[in-house]
Every structure is written in structure tokens, then in C-alpha cells.
Design a protein around this ligand. Structure first.
Ligand SMILES: Cc1cc2nc3c(=O)[nH]c(=O)nc-3n(C[C@H](O)[C@H](O)[C@H](O)COP(=O)(O)O)c2cc1C
Length: 343
């Protein structure tokens, strides 16, 4: 049995006084690119990744991202201001390009001089010239080699290669992280950040071996104390096993989430050949908010990945990062021993 959610209040420290940045212990192309200590990015997630999570991750040596997708432009601006008050370390934002207000969010990011912009679900080429002109780094999330090549050709400074194990929106092509990452590494010359199914230091060691320059974790950070996801969402992740999630809404926007009464109805409708319009009617409005932010475990979208099975407790963002680094170091120490045993 997994343990239950730890009791207590978020423990982030809202001061800007931070120790001087030591040399990175794991130096990669993305620690150099973003000027961060560890090659760990926190996915910018709707309803879960506000300023508290982003600043906590950045203070702990990773790269925190504010998830703009669920915010209106002025709320987004507020989160950027708060994050700046909470940390002097680099942080960025995530803007899913499929949303109608993406253009407005890009404008706010430019006005607020945010220098690291992650885009997803759309064509980054529309914005990269403007963003580069303003001195921003642009990173685009891709689910296939073809889209990785396109993103690099259109000026992305790095790509996130995200396998279908990932929580949230996924592609119907269904390429898994283990297969995707080395193929993207071979296909593009920009740094590759691996995402999907990664929640511990063994995963970090594995994808660095595949040629990635770091990891982006979503579900693991959504289930931290500083995440703005509802405690019942976090509890659902903690209780989930490897097979608790399902890729659903296949015709209207494939999304991985924890199975519940809502996913059951969608799966049944999909198997009976329901049209996209019928699925949209069944889905209704604001189900991600209902699941992630309001914690409705049966009727909301509890967007989470297959890595949920690895997540056994709600930790602080710093604890997550410290554990991932310690596990990575332990894994790297053990690898030569395993090799000798195999001979
Ligand atoms: C609750 C939740 C919301 C997400 N929202 C977004 C989003 O707004 N934009 C985006 O690019 N990715 C989003 N993602 C994907 C994450 O940024 C990340 O790439 C993914 O979760 C990695 O896989 P993992 O869940 O196995 O860690 C979301 C993921 C989760 C779990």
C-alpha cells in the first residue's frame, strides 16, 4: 500500500535570499542553456503549475515553469510577478498554442521579459522570430521525430521529446519515451529534454544514456505540496498503479488521465462509434479544472501519466529534486557493478 498524502501546509519560502549557486553536479547542454544546477525541468501544467511550484523548483536547482494554459493574461502576469519575488533563479513559462488566448499570453511573456518560453500543441514557427528578437529561448514539446525536425527547423532552441506515457495531452501516434528519445536525439542537433513516464533518478540516468540532456517531469511535480492541484487530485496520483491511467478523448484531443466514471463513459461512447460532436457534448466544459483544481475524482479529468505508479507520497518540490539527484547518483554507481555481474 502506498502511504497517504502528508499532512501540513506548503513549506515554500517566499524570500529571495538564496545561497550562491554552486557548480552543477550534472552538467548537460540544458544546464548550460538555462543556467540551472540540475537537468530537471518541471512541466508547465494547467491548474497545477503556478508561481509557488515554479519558484520552488527553480530555487531547488531545476527549471520551474508557470503553466499559462489555464490562466487569463492578467492572472498569468500576476504569477510571473510573484515568481520573480520568490526567486532570483531562472524560471520560464509554458504556453500551449492550441488555446485561443495563446497570442495574448505570448504578449504578456514578452512585456514581462520572461526569457525562457516553452510552447506545446501547435506551430512554434509563428512566434520564434519575435521571441528570439526579444532574446528569449524557445523550447517546443514534440511527440514524434517529424515534429521534432519541424520545431528545430522553425528555430526551437531545444525540444521536449514527450512519449505517450505522459500525463495530459498526448499524440495519437503513441510513440513511447524509450523509443522516441534516441530517435529525436539522432534527428535534431538542438538539445533534447525527455518527458513521459519519468519520476525518479533511474529515469534520469536512463534518458541521459539515450542521449537526452535532461528530463521534464509533470505528474511527479503535480503531486507536490507546492502544486496548486487539489489535495484529492494528489491523493489519486499517490493511490494510482502503473495501469491506472487511460489515453482517452481519442477523436477530440487525446489526453492521458486516471480512469474514473467520466473516462468510462467516454470509452464506452468511443467504442460505440460516437462522433466528435457527441464526445464533445459528453465532455462538457471545464473538466480539467474540475479534476485537477477542484479534485473531483469521479467526474473531473484527473490528468496524470503512467509514472503515477512510481509516486508514493506527496513531497515538496525540493525533496523531489534532491531524491532524483541522489537516486541518479546511486544508479550511476551501481551500473558498473551490474555490468560486471552480467559478464
Ligand atoms: C495535470 C497536468 C497538466 C498538464 N498541462 C500541460 C500544459 O498545460 N502544457 C504542456 O505543454 N504540458 C502539460 N502537461 C504535460 C507536462 O508538462 C509533462 O510534459 C508531462 O506530464 C510529462 O510526463 P509525466 O506526466 O509522465 O511526467 C500536463 C501534465 C499534467 C500531469
Amino acid at each position: 500500500m502506498k502511504s497517504r498524502i502528508a499532512n501540513g501546509k506548503p513549506t515554500w519560502n517566499a524570500t529571495v535570499s538564496e545561497p550562491p549557486d554552486p557548480m552543477p553536479t550534472i552538467r548537460t547542454r540544458i544546464t548550460d542553456l538555462f543556467k540551472i544546477r540540475y537537468p530537471i525541468v518541471q512541466g508547465g501544467m494547467i491548474w497545477a503549475a503556478g508561481h509557488r511550484l515554479a519558484s520552488a523548483v527553480s530555487k531547488a536547482g531545476g527549471l520551474g515553469l508557470i503553466g499559462g494554459g489555464s490562466m487569463d493574461p492578467e492572472l498569468f502576469r500576476h504569477h510571473i510577478h510573484c515568481c520573480r519575488c520568490e526567486t532570483t533563479q531562472p524560471f520560464g513559462v509554458n504556453i500551449p498554442l492550441l488555446y485561443r488566448h495563446a497570442e495574448d499570453l505570448i504578449q504578456v511573456a514578452l512585456e514581462e521579459k520572461v526569457k525562457i518560453i516553452f510552447t506545446s500543441a501547435g506551430n512554434p514557427g509563428k512566434y520564434t522570430p519575435r521571441l528570439h528578437e526579444a532574446g528569449c529561448l524557445v523550447v517546443h514539446v514534440v511527440p514524434t521525430v517529424t515534429l521534432a525536425r519541424k520545431a528545430a527547423e522553425r528555430g526551437a532552441d531545444a525540444v521536449v521529446a514527450e512519449g505517450v506515457e505522459a500525463g495530459g495531452h498526448d499524440s495519437l501516434q503513441g510513440v513511447t519515451t524509450l523509443a522516441l528519445v534516441p530517435q529525436v536525439v539522432d534527428a535534431v542537433s538542438v538539445p533534447v529534454i525527455a518527458a513521459g513516464g519519468l519520476a525518479d533518478g533511474r529515469g534520469l540516468a536512463a534518458v541521459l544514456a539515450l542521449g537526452a540532456s535532461g528530463i521534464q517531469m509533470g505528474t511527479r511535480f503535480a503531486a507536490t505540496l507546492e502544486s496548486s492541484a487539489h489535495p484529492d487530485y494528489k491523493q489519486a496520483v499517490v493511490e494510482a498503479a502503473d495501469d491506472s491511467t487511460v489515453l482517452t478523448l481519442l477523436k477530440t484531443g487525446p489526453t492521458r488521465m486516471i480512469r474514473n466514471a467520466f473516462t468510462q463513459r467516454v470509452t464506452e461512447a468511443e467504442s460505440q462509434g460516437a462522433s466528435p460532436e457527441e464526445i464533445k457534448a459528453l465532455e462538457g466544459y471545464n473538466r480539467s479544472r474540475k479534476g485537477i483544481f477542484e479534485g473531483d475524482r469521479s467526474e473531473g479529468k484527473i490528468e496524470a501519466g503512467q509514472s503515477s505508479g512510481l509516486i508514493r507520497e506527496v513531497l515538496t518540490a525540493r525533496e523531489v529534486i534532491d531524491r532524483v539527484i541522489a537516486e541518479y547518483e546511486q544508479t550511476m554507481k551501481l551500473l558498473p557493478i551490474m555490468e560486471r555481474v552480467a559478464k
